[in-house]
Design a binder for this molecule. Structure first.
Ligand SMILES: Nc1ncnc2c1ncn2[C@@H]1O[C@H](COP(=O)(O)OP(=O)(O)OP(=O)(O)O)[C@@H](O)[C@H]1O
Ligand SMILES: [Mg+2]
Length: 379
């Protein structure tokens, strides 16, 4: 194969700089290796240009709003440095940041990442590749994400791994063992993973049981797979982390717009300085209110570990929290123009319309309890 060392150029990054961590908490001299892939237009060899273009396109785009968590970064780095051969399982409730933390790890370090997604009828070709119809009746072979990652010595991620029917995951045994593996469907061709090949998988369960009862399509997996796994639980981020990511999410909106909307919407919240209303509320207090709603909803949800019969089947994931915050403010004119609360309108669009009736009522009640506004804004 083509010598990739001039394309996957290794560079050392300061851990705290590249992941935006606090230098008082993380020693700035700690580094982690990543790549810098040259711009294809700066290369002369056309083959090198092709590889550079392909690999650059495989680096996930950076989410500038992403808020890294020190503990997760430390655990991922530990696996990255020591765990070659172990499969990393990131597991936890929906929208907590499992897929994105590894994607953003690769994005910031300039590392190409190959991805597959699990589902019940998962076929080996989705991971390993297949013959596809080409020009003039030819059927060229196209490598799948796991094969590509193994050939290049790069990471791959298999999302929703626990959705794959357990008897369909056997094809991964050799791969997870770090051994050379035959490519299913390619008449015995064997791939020897290059150094740097790593597999991460994500799942809502720990592959053994689904305590929430919320992930009915998750499957219990073979014990032999479990022996090859290093598991990291990814719960929802701490208040501190979520406050920071909401601050970034709302950066695009001016203080004036927020004050106007708080007045029109008639928001009332309890702060450490007592009750505040409308434009007397500041950005930080509003964000604390959003987090308070998220906390109330999570405590009532199955995902958050509530096992009562009335537990909510939906929750306020970090994913939805970001969208709810942004789209509430983006509809700041709703109270004045429509007489409707923007907080409730956005919640409906992104969460409560896709829930049972009893959950819908509980979700809107949580907003009303914290912000003192109902769906209809009183004139
Ligand atoms: N630390 C974070 N900083 C900023 N945004 C975050 C963070 N964690 C999660 N998010 C937001 O939540 C979204 C969902 O995260 P992600 O896709 O990683 O969830 P997941 O845990 O893989 O969920 P699922 O179980 O549904 O696959 C991200 O696209 C991002 O918008
Ligand atoms: Mg995911």
């Amino acid at each position: 194969m083509f010598d990739l060392s001039a394309i996957l150029v290794q560079v050392s990054y300061s851990l705290c700089e590249v992941f935006g961590l606090d230098p008082n908490e993380v020693d700035p001299s700690i580094t982690v290796d990543g790549f810098e892939i040259p711009d294809p237009s700066t290369l002369t060899d056309p083959v090198a240009q092709q590889y550079a273009a392909f690999l650059r396109a495989a680096v996930p785009p950076i989410d500038p709003y992403y808020q890294f968590r020190k503990d997760l970064v430390r655990d991922i780095r530990y696996w990255w440095l020591t765990g070659e051969g172990d499969v990393l399982l990131l597991w936890g409730p929906t929208g907590s940041g499992k897929t994105s933390v590894f994607e953003q790890w690769c994005a910031r370090l300039g590392i190409p990442l190959f991805m597959a997604k699990g589902h019940r009828r998962f076929e080996p070709m989705e991971a390993f590749g297949q013959f596809v119809g080409g020009e003039n009746g030819t059927t060229p072979w196209v490598d799948g994400p796991v094969t590509l990652a193994a050939r290049y010595g790069l990471p791959c991620i298999i999302n929703e791994y626990d959705r794959i029917a357990a008897d369909r995951t056997i094809v991964f045994n050799d791969v997870f063992e770090g051994r050379s593996f035959p490519i299913p469907g390619k008449s015995g061709e064997v791939v020897t993973p290059q150094p740097g090949f790593r597999v991460a998988i994500t799942a809502n369960t720990n592959l053994v049981e689904d305590l929430s009862g919320n992930y009915g399509t998750a499957n219990t997996h073979d014990i032999s797979i479990l022996e090859r796994i290093v598991a990291l639980h990814v719960g929802y981020p701490s208040d501190d982390t979520e406050a920071k990511l909401l601050e970034k999410e709302l950066e695009q909106f001016s203080d004036d717009l927020l004050s106007y909307w708080f007045d029109q919407e008639g928001i009332k919240i309890s702060t450490p300085q007592g009750m505040k209303e409308g434009s007397a509320i500041n950005r930080g207090e509003f964000i604390q209110g959003l987090l308070e709603v998220a906390k109330k909803i999570r405590a009532q949800s199955k995902d958050g570990g509530n096992t009562s019969d009335s537990a909510l089947e939906r929750t306020m994931s970090t994913r939805i929290l970001r969208k709810w915050a942004r789209h509430s403010v983006a509809q700041a004119s709703a109270p004045e123009k429509l007489g409707l609360s923007a907080l409730h309108l956005a919640l409906k669009k992104y969460l409560s319309s896709l829930s049972t009736e009893s959950t819908r009522i509980a979700l809107h009640q949580a907003v009303e309890n914290v912000f003192g506004v109902g769906e209809v804004v009183k004139p």
